[in-house]
Ligand binder design. Structure first.
Ligand code: GTP
Ligand code: SPV
Ligand code: MN
Length: 612
């Protein structure tokens, strides 16, 4: 077996010569036909797009209706993240935690060694030097992704800052994360015969492997989203969370936004919602109340650290959006609709006869002659959606009309409030404010949410997704909660307030109880008045909840759930909830911070009082 992957782990600083040596070593392993260094330029983007149109990977959309935009249709078996094929290969199993699937590093290396040997035969290897955060910024980190997918190369140039300057930084000695990706379908077989390519090459077997100690990523067999654009979930969350644990900062699955009230006061909010649970929508909110303004800073990932002023600061390391298409419409998210008016790559949406895109929830009826995400004429009678539920758009942040002017500020922005939210059709009320930081960490650690189409699994099934990081924390989540508790100690009185929300409660007929989207500003309005100390809150067993008169519901019927929330909710349902919470926390064994056990006890005592 080759020793290419077994070479002693390249650690911390890989130095200047190492980048070129590594690419040469990888070239000898992967055996591509040619190597292309990417620089993030417009000229290169044009070239790659044209090549993909020629090869059938991309379909150009109408220049008139959707200028500069394209449609990609993935293999029907490669449509979302695969948590069951995502591995954390830490040296010690215990460091991966019960939240991850652990693989012994040398065994994983042996498997990767075999899979990657000659895997790029007949293909082009793209070298993508990228920065997460502004190039050269004090909080930014760089990496280099190798890929044999031009779709991934173009997507990475949208989602990150791909630039030759990153090579300069590496040559000047910057630490960097190596990331190797292949679709796992060589175009030349062992005997040297050519194999015909397909529009969306991939492999039945998929592996997304992370080595937290050596900060390496290896991904095989998928070309889709977070499986393949390694800078996103693999680097900016899983590897970055491990780096952050070692250095005292946090990489979080959070949107980042600036909200300005009619009086002109601005606040920064970082909010964690699980996949496909409303981050992009919140970040691009068009508030329904007059005078409010929401500026977008980030829609998926925020790196949090204590700033020199002792406050918590947040920075979005990405430069693009990989957003959920279904449900995005003119009435639900008009800002997103304007963002994707041009220069967008759509994946797995439906195609209209005039060369535009369509999906469920776009807000216009499906036109005649629609082609579904698989490329077949769509027959609504068959009951299958025209767009895949995890269909996505890839577009640069700069296309967003509500993007904050200082979106790429090297240190980000100071955070005033942290919002945590899951998708729960029952039990969890509209809004609760944490009593204090420790209670807030408990709310984060016990977040649960219904599964969505963003990953495999049964849609609708409730699972715990602590801090929306269940699929993305590169280490034991119990240690993650400890990090959160420590952060609170360090921030002290300067810590932001923590809130929990749930936009997704439903009534007995399955209708959403809360109008959501732009109406969520009514909840934000209450939060900001709480920060300003302008309104009291009611103590409930779950935490602090709004007085009825303090939620501005002008023109909106008060949802029944809110009345419930003020009273301390359905005690039986919450008693059952504490039982599953206990089981969930117990799963983390001895690493579970005692503070969380204490909070659970407090919740139970409160419920017990309530029942009596
Ligand atoms: P990822 O990119 O997977 O991390 O997802 P996300 O958290 O950014 O989710 P996104 O904002 O794209 O929303 C996912 C789905 O939830 C879309 O279909 C939205 O229409 C829907 N959604 C978002 N906000 C709300 C809301 O306030 N109420 C309701 N009912 N649905 C919402
Ligand atoms: C998510 O699933 O949370 C996403 C999409 O943001 S992906 O990049 O595919 O992970
Ligand atoms: Mn996400």
């Amino acid at each position: 077996m080759s020793t290419l992957l077994e070479a002693p782990a390249v650690t911390a600083s890989r130095g200047s010569a190492s980048l070129h040596a590594w690419v040469a070593r990888m070239r000898a392993l992967l055996l591509p036909e040619r190597v292309v260094w990417c620089d993030g330029s417009e000229a290169q983007r044009e070239l790659l797009l044209a090549e993909m149109v020629d090869s059938g990977t991309l379909l150009p959309l109408s220049e008139e209706l959707r200028p500069g935009s394209f449609l990609a249709r993935s293999d029907p078996d490669d449509v979302a993240r695969l948590e069951s094929r995502t591995f954390i290969c830490s040296a010690r199993e215990a460091d991966a935690g019960p939240n991850n699937i652990w693989r012994e590093p040398s065994l994983m290396r042996a498997e990767l060694d075999e899979r990657f040997a000659g895997v790029m035969r007949g293909r082009t290897l793209y070298v993508l030097p990228f920065s997460m955060g502004p190039v050269g910024g004090p909080l930014s980190r760089v990496g280099v992704q190798l890929t044999d997918s031009p779709y991934v190369a173009v997507s990475t140039a949208v989602m990150t800052r791909v630039s030759a300057e990153v090579v300069d930084l590496i040559e000047a000695g910057a630490d960097w994360v190596p990331a190797v990706h292949s679709v796992g379908m060589p175009l030349v077989d062992e005997r040297g015969r050519r194999i015909a390519d397909v529009p969306w090459p991939c492999n039945e077997t998929k592996i997304i492997a992370h080595f937290p100690e050596t900060r390496e990523i290896w991904s095989y067999g998928s070309g889709y989203g977070g499986n393949a654009i390694l800078a996103k979930k693999c680097f900016a969350l899983r590897i970055a969370s491990a780096i952050g644990r070692d250095e005292g900062w946090l990489a979080e699955h959070m949107l980042l936004t600036r909200i300005t009230s009619p009086e002109g006061r601005s606040f920064h909010v970082a909010a964690a919602f699980p996949s496909a649970c409303g981050k992009t929508n919140f970040a691009m909110m068009q508030p329904s109340l007059p005078g409010w303004r929401v500026e977008m800073l980030g829609d998926d990932i925020t790196w949090l650290s204590r700033g020199p002023d002792g406050r918590l600061w947040g920075m979005n390391p990405e430069a693009g959006l990989f957003g959920v298409a279904p449900g995005t419409g003119h009435s639900t998210n008009p800002v997103a609709m304007r963002t994707i008016a041009q220069r967008t790559i759509f994946t797995n949406v439906a195609l209209t006869p005039d060369g535009d895109v369509w999906w469920e929830g776009i807000g216009t009826p499906a036109p005649e002659g629609l082609i579904d995400w698989r490329g077949e004429p769509w027959d609504p009678a068959r009951g299958a959606p025209a767009a895949h539920p995890n269909a996505r758009f890839t577009v640069a942040l700069e296309e967003c009309p509500s993007l904050a002017e200082d979106w790429d500020a090297p240190r980000g922005v100071p955070i005033d409030a942290i919002v945590l939210g899951g998708r729960r059709s029952d039990t969890v009320p509209l809004v609760t404010e944490a009593r204090d930081w420790q209670h807030g960490v408990f709310l984060g650690a016990t977040m649960s949410s219904q599964r969505t189409a963003a990953a495999e699994g049964t849609v609708g099934e409730v699972r715990f997704d602590p801090f929306a990081m269940q699929p993305f924390c590169g280490y034991d989540l119990a240690d993650h909660w400890t990090e959160w508790l420590r952060l609170g100690e360090r921030l002290g009185a300067r810590a932001p307030r923590i809130f929990r929300v749930n936009w997704f409660r439903r009534d007995a007929d399955g209708r959403f109880l809360w109008p959501g989207f732009g109406e969520n500003v009514r909840v934000v309005d209450w939060m900001l008045r709480r920060l300003g100390g302008e309104v009291p809150a009611s103590e409930s067993v779950l935490g602090l909840v709004p007085e009825r008169r303090d939620l501005d519901l002008e023109g909106r019927p008060l949802p029944a759930e809110d009345i419930e929330a003020r009273r301390g909710v359905d005690p039986d349902a919450w008693w059952r909830e504490t039982q599953v919470i206990e089981h969930h926390l117990d799963g983390y064994g001895l690493r579970l911070p005692a503070a969380l056990t204490e909070e659970l006890l407090r919740l139970r005592c409160g419920l017990w009082e309530h029942i009596r």
